[in-house]
Design a protein around this ligand. Structure first.
Ligand SMILES: [Zn+2]
Length: 167
């Protein structure tokens, strides 16, 4: 699996939240005469199966290891949906249901009654564990997510880790 394929899979895991970019115009216009409720209206509208298939399909065609990359992109997208379902309750208690079959059907509005808040302790614990795994993989495999920004910076990061904790 090459760098481009790793980028595609990572991208698939964050791209559902482009539907949350409406937060910027919403915040900027909330005190204006014509507020734009683009975040409130559209956040989670791309959290659906159709968009997952589109993203996985695009990853499939852009990759060399097509089936592996396409499948992992599909999985990564769904991991995002699962994480949203588990722990992304808003400060006002709103659950942000996931319209999984949108835009074809509004029947499936996925929520989980045990959902914890976005800033609740399980999310801190998960973040800590994932960071620890990321550091371990950088140390043992010799690469980290920094490679997506700069392979040189990634090399420096891995070298610093290995100097601190000799192999
Ligand atoms: Zn999301």
């Amino acid at each position: 699996m090459n760098l481009k394929e790793r980028v595609l899979i990572t991208f698939a895991g964050v791209v559902p939240d482009v539907d949350g970019l409406g937060i910027i115009p919403e915040l900027l216009t909330r005190k204006s005469a014509h507020p734009l409720a683009w975040f409130s209206l559209y956040h989670h509208q791309l959290h659906n199966l159709a968009f997952a298939l589109l993203v996985a399909g695009a990853s499939f065609f852009l990759a060399k290891n097509r089936w592996l990359t396409g499948s992992l992109a599909f999985l990564s997208f769904h991991l995002h949906l699962l994480e949203d379902l588990l722990g992304s309750r808003g400060p006002e208690g709103y659950q942000w249901p996931i319209p999984y079959l949108s835009p074809f059907s509004h029947a499936a509005q996925l929520t989980w009654s045990g959902q914890w808040a976005l800033n609740a302790w399980p999310n801190y614990l998960i973040t800590f564990c994932l960071l620890a795994i990321t550091f371990y993989l950088a140390w043992s495999k010799g690469r980290s997510p920094i490679e997506m920004v700069s392979e040189r910076a990634d090399g420096a990061f891995v070298a610093a880790l290995r100097r601190r904790f000799p192999l």
